[in-house]
Design a protein around this ligand. Structure first.
Ligand code: ZN
Length: 417
């Protein structure tokens, strides 16, 4: 049993900070969290003095691409180095991401279930993983690998990352089942192009018909998987929301659709704006990417504001990978710039992010019964959210009650075993 004493508790529920707290960890779970004055513990418990620090839930990124290391085509297609080298590179990113206080990450495509297994077995000191495996789209959609020359990627299919191009309701149901068979925790799909998609398939160009999206959502829910849908604007955005996806990823043009925002609020559909990736795309070397990202910028900020006014729940996701690792907490700075309070931004990366994943009974808040995923921070993120980007301020990270990162003595605890 561990007793974390004296920190100011910011519990991820949105409740006001509680100074001089006691959090009691029994095994891998939180046994109690509250004021020190009303806490009691056995004499044999290990007491950890956190006086002067803030204690927050382990952070959650609801949209990452941990196995992605660049937007350059050769890198994206895995042509530049042996797969083993890339896997080791990815493993290092997992460790660095955890070291920044991110104890849970949902991967929106590219990471196979072997990484989840490696983390669970303790081969890697990484975050808990919820995996989307690969982006499901029709031919010509963003899940269809095609180069500017018109060439497809003819690499042999990887059984750990099944082919995700699907046309027609029958094939869509099959691909959802293939993803689940390969270990998907969530189903990732795309109903529009994006900033970096090929010319001719932009942010408002649709992919999938109404019937196809209904089948995708129905099959995913039948198998107990939430659907995270890349959708920026136009008819594809509408189809995704009407079909009942669980979260809209990017949603840059939602501000133009008050009716859809009302529908999202009513149904509890999450909005993960991933503002950070567009900061990168605005400086892209490709003129069409740069142009799209600059066009949508103002609308995107407005979409976050309108979504909040409409009561839509917002989750923090970075779409990291192509634009670098592990600066996940920069998304919280972007959310604050878009008008959210630091407390709301923190909730978007803790309690609400857990709910977005469907893991709210396990992680995301510091409450009795939750897994003990915690971060002791030196400094006040409610005063300046940017401090979460500074490694030296992420003093201690617990995952499942075990200290995984300890910067009090400037060393990282190796994975268990
Ligand atoms: Zn993404």
């Amino acid at each position: 049993m561990q007793v974390l004493l004296g920190a100011t508790l910011i519990d991820g529920t949105g409740a006001p900070p509680r100074p001089d707290s006691a959090v009691i960890i029994d095994g891998d779970r939180i046994a109690a969290a509250g004021p020190r004055s009303s806490a009691s513990w056995p004499a044999a418990a290990e007491v950890v003095d956190l006086d002067g620090l803030k204690l927050i839930p382990g952070l959650i990124d609801t949209h990452d691409h941990l196995a992605s290391h660049s937007y350059a085509l050769a890198r994206r297609w895995g042509l530049e180095e042996p797969a083993s080298t890339t896997h080791l590179r990815t493993g290092r990113v997992l460790e660095q991401t955890l070291a920044m206080g991110y104890t849970t990450v949902r991967d929106a495509g590219g990471l196979d279930a072997g990484f989840r297994l490696a983390v669970e077995e303790g081969l890697l000191n990484g975050p808990r993983l919820s995996l989307g495996l690969k982006i499901i789209s029709p031919t010509g959609g963003i899940g269809d690998s095609i180069s500017p020359s018109g060439h497809s990627c003819w690499l042999p299919a990887d059984p750990a990352l099944p082919d995700s191009v699907a046309n027609g309701v029958g094939r869509i149901r099959e691909v959802v089942r293939l993803m689940v068979r390969a270990g998907a925790d969530a189903i990732k799909c795309a109903t529009t192009g994006g900033a970096s998609s090929r010319p001719g398939h932009g942010p408002k160009d649709p992919a999938f018909t109404r019937e196809e999206m209904r089948a995708l959502v129905e099959e995913s829910h039948e198998l107990g998987r939430k659907v995270m849908c890349h959708a920026l604007g136009g008819p594809g955005l509408r189809r995704a929301i009407e079909a009942g996806v669980d979260s809209i990823e990017h949603g840059c043009y939602l501000a133009e659709e008050p009716e859809l925002l009302a529908m999202m609020a009513e149904r509890g559909t999450f909005f993960t704006p991933t503002l950070l990736v567009y900061v990168y795309h605005r400086e892209s070397a490709s003129p069409h990417v740069r142009g799209r990202a600059r066009d949508l910028y103002v609308r995107h900020l407005e979409s976050v504001q309108k979504a909040r006014e409409a009561g839509v729940k917002i989750a923090a996701g970075t779409d990291a990978g192509g634009h670098g690792h592990p600066v996940n907490a920069r998304e919280l700075e972007c959310l604050v710039e878009a008008g959210m309070s630091p407390m709301d931004a923190l909730r978007a990366a803790t309690g609400l992010a857990a709910e977005c994943l469907g893991w709210e009974r396990e992680v995301g808040t510091i409450e009795r019964g939750r897994l003990a995923d915690l971060v002791a921070v030196d400094g006040d993120p409610l005063r300046d959210i940017r401090i979460l980007q500074e490694a030296e301020r992420i003093r201690l990270v617990w995952k499942g009650g075990v200290v995984r990162v300890d910067r009090r003595v400037a060393r990282e605890v190796a994975a268990e075993h």
